[in-house]
Design a protein around this ligand. Structure first.
Ligand code: ZN
Length: 439
């Protein structure tokens, strides 16, 4: 039995805050993979609402929010990382409908219940809410509106494109600006808790390590977290726990304060999990989970792939794990071995050299999925169907080869019934090979 809670599927390393990557990160090219796609693109995420400079006075919208996140929407950075109460009137112009609410004065659907334990409850008038970020300081209403809208949009799009979204109807609490009850302060990260079936969103840090703004202003963050929820619910009833991963190494702090590298079966009572990484270049389920979660946000923001632009205050976005950029377009020419070498932590004579953690190999898996998705011979909707169906095939033992075999198997099984008779198995296999995954 695991004796500590392996319950957090964090947006980034649970024990560390976000880091920006240096500009011009060198890429090690082992294979040049075609990055252009001629298959029909999905509809733009910008059609999810209507951009209207007069949004705040237009009663045809339920709310005026920000497309994706403030830096992505503005196309420029702020003088410093976005601070609460900043005037965002120039970009808070994305007029949206808040669909599927069970009550017109609440951000609740059968799938999600949005609130903010470190904010206040939004006050609607006739089912609509006009609020400016400038006046939002202690309320976090824009954060809540954005979380409700973008997760609901993800649900409707995934259902429309693939036929279903596994968390539908599962009443997932989404805390859009979360207080940590054990500390009494706002959470400094974002994660999905499988044991609580809950999405928790905290704050982005400023230079003084204080609260800058709500992570819930960055839609890609909770589309990622809902990817974890999607996988959990895809496996619902299977009785398996994907966090019991025999192919992962666990960096823990023991009860005597010393750090250790454990395998699954060596974990001791009182261990606190600090970090996780795959044991080998073959990958592991934790990395597959992080990679598939990134792919969840990429399917919606396929027209804007950078991650966390506002959180790092860079137009190009950028988080890194070790020295691996968490950016599927930058990683297209990286092999799985490149990524493993540059993002796996090491255990060296009693001390652990932290060189990265699980999101590094997560990016390796996301990069493989993205390369398949954007291949000229792939119809993107077809791959979305394959991807969603394959989630049900993943197990705690899954490595990248196993994920490949289940993707190929699903693609071949669905070819005649769902994919217009197109057999994508060989293409999927060839891309795993080109990315350096062992046969
Ligand atoms: Zn995650």
């Amino acid at each position: 039995m695991l004796t500590f809670s392996l319950l957090l599927a964090c947006f980034t390393n649970c024990s560390k805050s976000f880091k920006a990557i240096p500009a011009g990160t060198q890429s090690l090219s082992s294979q040049i993979l075609d990055s252009s796609s001629t298959s029909a693109p999905q509809i733009s995420s910008k059609t999810a609402g209507v951009t209207d400079a007069n949004c705040q006075n237009n009663n045809s919208f339920d709310a005026c929010i920000v497309w994706k996140n403030p830096v992505a929407s503005a196309g420029r950075v702020f003088p410093q990382i976005l601070q609460r109460s900043t005037d965002l009137s120039a970009i808070q112009t994305f007029g949206v409908a808040l669909k599927n609410r069970t009550s017109p004065d609440k951000l609740i659907s059968s799938t999600i219940t949005v609130s903010a334990s470190a904010g206040t409850t939004p006050v609607f008038q006739n089912g609509q809410l006009r609020t400016t970020y400038q006046s939002d300081s202690e309320k976090s209403w824009l954060a809540q509106l954005m979380a409700y809208f973008w997760i609901s949009y993800q649900e409707s799009e995934m259902t429309r494109r693939t036929g279903g979204f596994y968390p539908t109807g599962k009443a997932i609490p989404v805390d859009a600006f979360a207080t940590d009850p054990t500390k009494g302060s706002v959470v400094g990260n974002a994660y999905y808790s499988s044991t609580l079936n809950k999405v928790v969103l905290g704050y982005a840090v400023d230079e003084n390590q204080g609260i800058a703004h709500e992570m819930a202003l960055s839609a890609e963050v909770y589309l990622h977290e809902m990817g974890h929820a999607d996988l959990e619910w895809a496996l619902d009833g299977s009785g398996i726990d994907i966090y019991r991963d025999p192919n992962a190494s666990y960096v823990v702090q023991a009860s005597d304060g010393t750090n250790h590298l454990r395998s699954l079966n060596d974990i001791q009572t009182g261990d606190v999990l600090l970090s996780t990484f795959c044991k080998t270049v073959d990958g592991c389920m934790w990395a597959i989970n992080e990679g598939q979660a990134d792919f969840h946000y990429l399917m919606i923001f396929h027209d804007s792939t950078p991650l966390a632009e506002t959180i790092v205050n860079k137009v190009a976005g950028g988080l890194e794990t070790g020295t691996v950029p968490r950016d599927v377009n930058q990683l297209k020419t990286w092999s799985t071995q490149d990524i493993f070498t540059k993002s796996a932590s090491k255990y060296n004579s009693g001390s652990i050299v932290i060189n990265g953690e699980i999101h590094g190999m997560g990016s390796a898996y996301a990069s493989i999925l993205w390369t398949i998705y954007t291949h000229p011979q792939m119809n993107r909707t077809h791959f979305e169907k394959i991807f969603m169906e394959q989630l049900k095939m993943l197990t705690p033992n899954s490595r990248f080869q196993d994920a490949r075999e289940s993707l190929v198997g699903v693609a071949e099984a669905m070819a005649d019934s769902n994919l217009n008779g197109i057999h994508y198995g060989p293409l999927i296999r060839s891309i795993f090979t080109a990315k350096g995954v062992a046969p």
